[in-house]
Design a protein around this ligand. Structure first.
Ligand code: BES
Ligand code: ZN
Ligand code: ZN
Length: 516
């Protein structure tokens, strides 16, 4: 899909279909709807006054107009976007996704989108481009029949009277973000046979090469040298070697100050989780190919960061491994020593995510990380607690947690904090080692985080449990079913906020220094 922007008149756009946002309970007697109604020969008034369209979020009415109207487009899609007050970039993104999917379904090839957002034109254009790009993703890569072959060829984002350059910048940014979310989804969607740890490392090398990141991949021999007994214990049953993937983005003018506050994203990369010797039941086991979603999120975010070029450095760390049973596999009851020196009694080999993450967090610290956000499809329990709506967030630094939640709100990704009182740590005390890798039936998502916390001392740390939100069991108007790419946009927003607050600080310091 080619994305264009226009600050010109919507009526004159050379597109097959025009899509126009309509607010909740909006009247047709003034502004753009009145003008549109007149141009389209009364159809808007008739649709709204008949009560067919109330402007609720996601509602659609689609009409063919014929050629004798004041519009160059011959089809019109009116799309509800809810309350005017709540209409932010996150809503624009979803609306654009729904428009792209809906009109693709009608075999439309060219769309003019009138977003009607009155905020920052650049942000609106970014949100619309990102949303449409994400909306068109399909997980049917390996289908040879009845594949979704239709596509939108051209999308024109129309914002009458806006600054052309701002619109262009926004569309470019939205393209980078949308494509990176789709990159993450594509990785998560790959069958375990194709997306092995080696493969994942290869994909990381490719983005590093293409977009300019430094990359390092630790093989098992190097993990051995680093003493990563927790990570290695997970891959022991597999024929495929584990990989610890490191990506780093460094801005051109990296200041010592930004390295002092190095931000790291760490993502669980279990390319297939059978449970190991504590084998999972067969039902839905095929979905465990997406147990590397946290790692895919980190790779997708790094891919975008390399192109968006923020002013702060960012580290990405992905421990990638399979979790399979074999004669060599780790057994329940075994004790392993993590890189930090802590000993872990393995009670259940299916609680492997926390094991690979513990060594990855340690290694991120070794590389200088001061703020660590990890993300993982860590527990089934999180779906019981929060379903597929909110991603659980837990951690040791409330300010950092608040920052993640606020960034998520801005891009339309929801996070809900669960408590992490020290009392929960009692549940992971072992009789024979420092800690054990499961904490019993109660508060499964919290005890998993309590385990990670044991390795996150000395840094500001937060953890996302994306097991409930990384895979959509059903399609939404704005996205296909399957991998969601959850948290990629939040990570990018965190980086953008951190970068601008850093440059804001610098700006604030400069005049003071010269005045003094
Ligand atoms: N990868 C799973 C968690 C998971 C479950 C992700 C469902 C997505 C959907 C994780 O490795 C796991 O198996 N966790 C166990 C932990 C238990 C053994 C303490 C779980 O949640 O059952
Ligand atoms: Zn598991
Ligand atoms: Zn797992």
């Amino acid at each position: 899909m080619e994305v264009q922007t226009s600050a010109g008149r919507y009526a004159e756009q050379d597109v097959q279909a025009l899509a126009v946002a309509v607010f909740k309970d909006e009247k047709v007697d003034e502004g753009i709807l009145k003008e549109l109604d007149e141009a389209a020969g009364g159809v808007v008034k008739s649709v709204i006054e008949s009560g067919e369209l109330k402007g609720k979020e996601g509602e659609t009415v689609y009409v063919h107009l014929g050629s004798n109207t004041g519009l160059r487009a011959s089809r019109l899609l009116l799309i509800g976007v809810g309350e005017r007050d709540g209409y932010q970039p996150a809503q624009v993104s979803q609306m654009a996704g729904a428009v792209a999917r809906f009109l693709r379904g009608k075999n439309v090839k060219t769309i003019g989108l009138v977003t009607r957002a009155d905020g920052d034109a650049e942000r609106t254009a970014a949100a619309a481009t990102e949303g449409a790009t994400m909306g068109l993703f399909e997980p049917d890569k390996y289908r040879t029949v009845e594949k979704e072959g239709r596509t939108i060829e051209r999308l024109v984002i129309i914002s009458e009277g806006a600054d052309e350059e701002a619109l262009k910048r926004g569309a470019e940014k939205g393209r980078i973000i949308g494509e990176s979310v789709n990159f993450t989804r594509d990785l998560a969607n790959e069958p375990g046979a194709y997306m092995t740890p080696t493969n994942m490392a290869e994909r990381a090398r490719e983005i590093a090469e293409e977009f300019g990141l430094s990359v390092d991949v630790l093989d098992e021999a190097r993990m051995e040298q680093e003493g990563m007994g927790a990570l290695l214990s997970v891959s022991r049953g597999s024929e495929e070697d584990a990989k610890l993937i490191i990506l780093k983005y460094t801005p051109r003018d990296a200041s010592a100050q930004s390295e002092e506050n190095l931000l790291a994203f760490v993502g669980k990369g279990i390319t297939f989780d059978s449970g190991g010797i504590s084998l999972k039941p067969g039902e839905n086991m095929e979905l465990m190919k997406y147990d590397m979603s946290g790692g895919a999120t980190v790779l997708g975010a790094m891919r975008a960061i390399a192109q968006l070029k923020p002013s702060i450095p960012v580290l990405g760390v992905v421990p990638a491994s399979e979790n399979l049973p074999s004669g060599k596999a780790t057994k329940p009851g075994d004790v392993v020593t993590a890189m930090s020196g802590k000993t872990i009694e393995i009670i259940n080999t299916d609680a492997e995510g926390r094991l690979v993450l513990s060594d990855a967090i340690c290694y991120a610290k070794k590389l200088g990380a001061k703020r660590i956000l990890d993300m993982a499809t860590l527990t089934g329990a999180v779906s019981i607690a929060l379903g597929d709506v909110n991603t659980a967030i837990l951690g040791t630094d409330q300010e950092f947690i608040n920052e993640v939640i606020a960034a998520g709100k801005e891009v339309g990704e929801k996070f809900w904090q669960l408590p992490l009182d020290k009392e929960y740590t009692r549940q992971i005390k072992s009789d024979i080692a420092d800690i054990k890798n499961v904490g019993g039936r109660k508060a499964g998502t919290i005890t998993a985080a309590a385990f990670l916390k044991e390795f996150a001392d000395g840094v500001s740390w937060a953890h996302l449990d994306i097991a409930g939100t990384a895979w959509g069991d059903e399609a939404k108007p704005y996205r296909a079913k399957g991998p969601t790419g959850i948290a990629v946009r939040t990570l990018l927003q965190i980086v953008e906020r951190a970068a601008s607050s850093q440059s804001g600080d610098r700006k604030a310091e400069t005049p003071a220094a010269t005045a003094g």
